[in-house]
Design a binder for this molecule. Sequence first.
Ligand code: AMP
Ligand code: GLY
Length: 429
Amino acid sequence: MHVLVVGGGGREHALVWKLSQSPAVEKIFCAPGNAGIASLAECVPIKPEEIEKLREFARENGIDLTIVGPEAPLAAGITDLFQDEGLLSFGPCREGARLEGSKVWAKQFMQEHGIPTARFETFQEQEEAYRFLERASYPLVVKADGLAAGKGVIVATDFQEAAQAVRSMMEERAFGTAGESIVIEEFLQGEEVSVFALTDGETFYPLVPVQDHKAIYEGDRGPNTGGMGAYSPAPVLTEELAAEVSRKVFEPLLRGLKKEGIVYRGVIFGGLMITPDRGIKVLEFNVRFGDPEAQVLLPRLRSDLFPLLYETARGNLAAAAPPEWSSQTAVCVVLASQGYPGDYEKGKEIRGLEKAQELENATVFHAGTAFKDNRTVTAGGRVLGLTAWGASLKESLEKAYQMAQIIEFDGKYYRRDIGHRALRRSDNE
Ligand code: AMP
Ligand code: GLY
């Protein structure tokens, strides 16, 4: 089989890495890929948003399956476009991608179909939003409706902060048209966990849960990033809770999609809050694998990834055996460029990659890297995902942090407390 992976970050490197182990996969292309992906796949200089060019490429190169990493091409309808030509694309159609592409739509969908979520109001008019904020209790959360690269969510502790968030989204258009509508919702306390399921709209196979660290600074402080590290399993999600997630989230979601006539074929990713007193609540849905969640999910997958994705895209998931998982703990520590998620410099030479790769049960997934004059250099905010797996969280973390010391580049920044909640939990046991 010939496969095209769309995207060029750590998630896509992990997908390419796992697919390269499949006996069914003969050749992998990746658009646009990165310096790490280039050792496993042929990189093609097409951006994920250039969905028509991707279709051309898939047609001309006899691609059997295209696997879409990021959300933007899905929201733009890449799967619909491919389907029109009889090409197979893993990831939901445009309508299904609204679960991530429009927070207003997703919240209304959850309400309508009985999926537990934070209480909320939606607004199209600023004045109405301010009036609501005047009588609201705090903290609360203000969210831009559309895609905002993970930055469109602001937790406000008082009226001033909330009003500023509304102004920046609706008046100053900090996130462009994504802020035309907003959601204001209650602030939930608890521990977050990422849950995933593959589904073809009929069958769903839950994947193992993951916890990520979104904040830039240790102690989960500071602005949110795409994710500074992750680990799986996530001990907060007990088997009992996982069963509850299937019953209260995935099953009603599938019923709801069907009822609305939406054929959803891909992965669904729920960002959940496990509240101490009100059970599980869905904070958001994403319509793709998480990044860096995929980097810890895929090393734990013992099954061949290809048939799972292929049968999902074909609408025949039941034909693939349910995924099997290793009981090991996988962790990913992200090395970022100093300044991220704000401004940062690029083009810094990365040293020590080969030495770090010598460790067993560990691998380096590239995120923002490129080749320049025969050297691997930084090319993004998140640069590398140092991933390790082993019998315990502690053991895996030690290995990932060993790699973090071996690898050097100017402005290297990483959090030294990945997995702190789970470590505390196991210390208390
Ligand atoms: P979202 O993109 O909706 O997942 O929001 C990004 C992050 O904001 C989440 O991972 C949470 O850390 C935080 N967040 C979002 N909604 C809420 C909420 N209702 N209560 C508390 N924190 C939230
Ligand atoms: N790590 C969170 C995300 O991929 O959205």
